[in-house]
Design a protein around this ligand. Structure first.
Ligand SMILES: NC(=O)c1ccc[n+]([C@@H]2O[C@H](COP(=O)([O-])OP(=O)(O)OC[C@H]3O[C@@H](n4cnc5c(N)ncnc54)[C@H](O)[C@@H]3O)[C@@H](O)[C@H]2O)c1
Length: 327
């Protein structure tokens, strides 16, 4: 069976991607240092516990498993932390990615699908955001991702690297079969936080600003089901067989406000969400919505879970099974 190296495959999006790869006949080989990932989430192929900073680990993985391509998800992804400690982000997200690209060169592995982010756009000049919108990331996290997109383009021209950048909007939901779900520590994503805030005795969820220029005063984001993201990785891998490079937005194209998410969580769980208003966060755009037409057109990708109730329902199904308390 064809092996695909999945860095960060013990994490949230990576583990769902491994399941989809296995369903399509691939062997996902996970390389993860388990700093934020979970051993229990690796079920569909070998787990190599190691860090992308190690040339020795990378050489061993390529030698032993001979992957035909790489899906690179391993990174740190907390925007606020990246502002406080940029060195941590540039070291892990940029230097480690460079190590990976150079290991691919040494082992003649030509194809990579890279987890990028809508944070590469910075503050939107117009909406919905298409791939042609100028990139102007406003924090070290977004810049770290944009650097890798640019480095991959240079490696493509110079060394023939075939590369796909997938710019995710807000990943959400969980495996509909209940095997996998979101388990970040600390958790910063709205849907799991709102679900937790509906549990008995939960601390209040802070809503960062209720006076934005939006219909209900709260920020609007585009939530994309994690299984739809996973499917897009597979489609991008296939696309690279016949195209040298590509960049795609991955979102549903629908914006939902924080209040809409809270209302939907209350409907799904049947309980009130404990929330309070906090100050706006610096750098938060009021609206972020994807134009994902290009991914649909070029990859033949259509998100299966467009209804926010389904997305939250899957996240709740997983949380209710695994995390019954608010702590
Ligand atoms: N979750 C989202 O909404 C979202 C949105 C846009 C982009 N992304 C990007 O998608 C990717 C995956 O996100 P996620 O939410 O699944 O995060 P996650 O933290 O759950 O997964 C990342 C995994 O990478 C591993 N890792 C980190 N640095 C490593 C290193 N140096 N060596 C080996 N393993 C390492 C962690 O242990 C973790 O298992 C990240 O690159 C993130 O920037 C996520």
């Amino acid at each position: 069976m064809t092996s695909i190296l999945v860095t960060g495959g013990a994490g949230y999006i990576g583990s769902h991607t491994c399941k989809i790869l296995a369903l399509h006949g691939y062997t996902p080989v996970v390389l993860d240092n388990l700093v934020h990932g979970h051993e229990w989430a690796v079920n569909w192929g070998p787990l190599v516990v190691g860090d992308l900073s190690s040339r020795e680990v990378l050489d061993r993985v390529f030698k032993v498993h001979n992957p035909s391509a790489v899906i690179h998800l391993a990174a740190f992804a907390y925007v606020g932390e990246s502002v406080i400690d940029p060195s941590k982000y540039y070291t892990n997200n940029v230097i480690c990615a460079l190590n990976l690209l150079d290991a691919m060169r040494r082992h003649a592995c030509e194809k990579i699908v890279f987890s990028s982010t809508c944070a590469v756009y910075g503050t939107p000049e117009c909406l919905p955001l298409s791939e042609s919108h100028p990139c102007g990331p406003i924090n070290p996290y977004g810049r770290s991702k944009r650097f890798i997109e640019q480095i991959m383009a240079d490696y493509g021209k110079a060394y023939g690297l075939r590369h796909a950048s997938l710019r995710y909007f807000n990943a959400a939901g969980a495996d509909p079969e209940g095997q996998l779900g979101e388990d970040h520590d600390p958790e910063t994503h709205l849907i799991p936080l709102a679900l937790k805030a509906s549990l008995p005795g939960a601390m209040p969820l802070t809503v960062f600003g209720t006076d934005w220029d939006t219909p209900d005063g709260t920020c609007i984001r585009d939530y994309i089901h994690v299984v739809d993201l996973a499917e897009a990785h597979l489609a991008a891998l296939h696309y690279l067989d016949t195209h040298p490079c590509c960049t795609f937005n991955l979102g549903n194209g629908n914006g939902h406000s924080v209040k809409k998410i809270i209302d939907t969580v209350e409907k799904v769980t049947g309980r009130p969400v404990n929330w309070e208003t906090g100050p706006r966060r610096a750098g938060d755009p009021s609206r972020l919505v994807a134009d994902a037409f290009l991914a649909k057109q070029k990859l033949g990708w259509t998100p299966c879970y467009q209804d926010i109730t389904d997305i939250i329902g899957h996240a709740w199904q997983w949380m209710a099974k695994h995390k019954r308390t608010a702590t």
